[in-house]
Design a protein around this ligand. Structure first.
Ligand code: PLP
Length: 431
């Protein structure tokens, strides 16, 4: 018997048979362990908000919410997803540098906890929308701090960015409360960057953000009812990286949180986590269609590719580094060969893994990319070559749940309109 990858006792070959490939499979137990691994150690004053950006599937959101996560959203669809998943409005915050009037209106109409504004003109627009509605809009200010994060995968603050309002500028805006009477300025948010894998960096960031929030609320004379310290907690993907240790992290963070909450007992403290909660729970499963060699290198051409998993091409790196991968239906066979794992797209860029150590690969094998529960389909060009998005399955408590259907050709085509070059009844002439 060859050993097969299983999710809660469900064999991967069974999943492939039932749902087809390519396929994303999520393990609900891993999701729960990720959440509780941190939640149970983290100071209770710090609330965990799930960043839907990492994986916007409504069932993933609902499951994380059932464990205790709140929601951080950045689009109308994400807001709708969180609310439909059952997250109460007072556990939702909305963030993003380019919110539309419609999105801001939805924030006010649904009564979410806070709109995190990223520019002064945005605060002015929220003020106007609140006045129209006769409400006071709860607003937190996203600050682009003077300090930058060291050793993150991608820095979002501390340099010229479209995100947030520069710290220097904000300290000069002491009349904000007066200028925007229909806005309830109640909080501060800072998000420094993503993919941080050093506990000390997160502790240091948090310390500086809390200090900045205190100074800012003094300078602007606002009551600090909320402070959001961002997050950016990473997971390891590549050789040489190692995962954060939740115990070490919280041993460092909890005294900082305790200190702050002792001085500001009424202030809601928020941490936003995407990747950290979902990455490990997901596996991208591809079926091998053909194998071949080209100029001495082996290729496994699979039915899945970078149109579902752009992140696997490499994150912020010019050198291709591989995600953890395996032949899932023959886990016990030693990796004696090197394989390029490619997909169906007509571009050399459609390379999921380069020279991956694998056992001899055969057509019909199932190749899995582990740690793929974050920034998969949502961050990939699923429409490229008309392949569409794959099915997604959540396995929880030993049962399989199809949480997203695979795109069919009609799903992709029905939003296009056929222009008939022979018809002359020009329908859309501008007047
Ligand atoms: C992307 C993003 C997150 C989530 O980032 P992860 O690295 O997936 O945890 C949280 N907050 C903001 C503002 C973001 O832009």
């Amino acid at each position: 018997m060859t050993r097969e990858f299983q999710v809660q006792g469900v064999r991967v070959s069974e999943l492939a048979r039932r749902y087809g490939t390519p396929l994303f499979v999520y393990d609900g137990t891993v999701l729960r362990d990720r959440f509780h691994g941190l939640r149970d150690r983290l100071h209770p004053a710090m609330e965990i908000f799930y960043s839907l950006k990492a994986n916007p599937n409504i069932s993933i959101c609902a499951l994380l919410h059932s464990f205790g996560a709140r929601a951080e959203v950045s689009s109308l669809v994400e807001l709708t997803t969180a609310l439909r998943a059952g997250v109460p409005p007072q556990q939702v915050i909305f963030l993003g540098p380019g919110k539309s009037r419609q999105e801001l209106a939805a924030c006010l109409d649904t009564g979410i906890y806070a709109v995190v504004c990223e520019s002064i003109p945005e605060v002015a627009l929220v003020d106007e929308l609140a006045r129209e509605r006769g409400v006071k809009a709860p607003v937190a200010l996203r600050v682009n701090p003077r300090f930058a994060v060291k050793r993150s995968g991608l820095a979002m603050g501390g340099r010229p960015r479209q995100f947030g309002i520069d710290e220097e500028e904000l300290f000069g805006q002491t009349d904000l409360v007066k200028r925007f009477p229909d806005v309830d300025l109640m909080g501060v948010q800072v998000y420094m960057g993503t993919r941080i894998l050093h506990e000390t960096v997160i502790v240091e960031n948090t310390t500086r953000i809390l200090d900045l929030a205190e100074r800012l609320s003094d300078a602007l004379s606002i009551e600090l009812r909320m402070v959001d310290v961002g997050g950016g907690l990473g997971v390891s993907y590549f050789d040489g990286e190692s995962d954060l240790d939740a115990q070490v992290l919280t041993d460092g963070l909890n005294p900082v949180i305790e200190d702050f909450t002792a001085r500001h007992p009424g202030t809601r403290m928020i941490m936003e986590l995407g990747r950290y909660l979902t990455a490990e729970a997901g596996t991208y499963v591809m079926g091998v269609r053909y194998t071949k060699t080209s100029m001495g290198e082996r290729f496994a051409v699979a039915d899945g590719g970078t149109h579902h998993h752009m992140a696997a091409v490499g994150i912020g790196s010019f050198v291709k580094r591989n995600f953890p991968m395996a032949v899932l239906n023959r886990l016990d066979e030693p990796a004696t060969e090197e394989w390029n794992v490619t997909g169906p797209l007509c571009t050399p860029g459609d390379t999921i893994g380069k020279k991956v150590p694998l056992p001899p690969v055969r057509p019909g094998d199932l190749i899995g990319v582990h740690r793929s529960g974050a920034y998969g389909p949502t961050a990939s060009p699923g429409l490229f070559l008309g392949h569409g998005y794959p099915a997604e399955v959540l396995v929880h408590e030993g049962r399989c749940h199809l949480v997203r259907e695979r795109d069919r050709p009609d799903d992709l085509l029905q939003r296009q309109r056929l222009y008939d070059p022979t018809a002359h009844d020009a329908a859309d002439v501008p007047h």
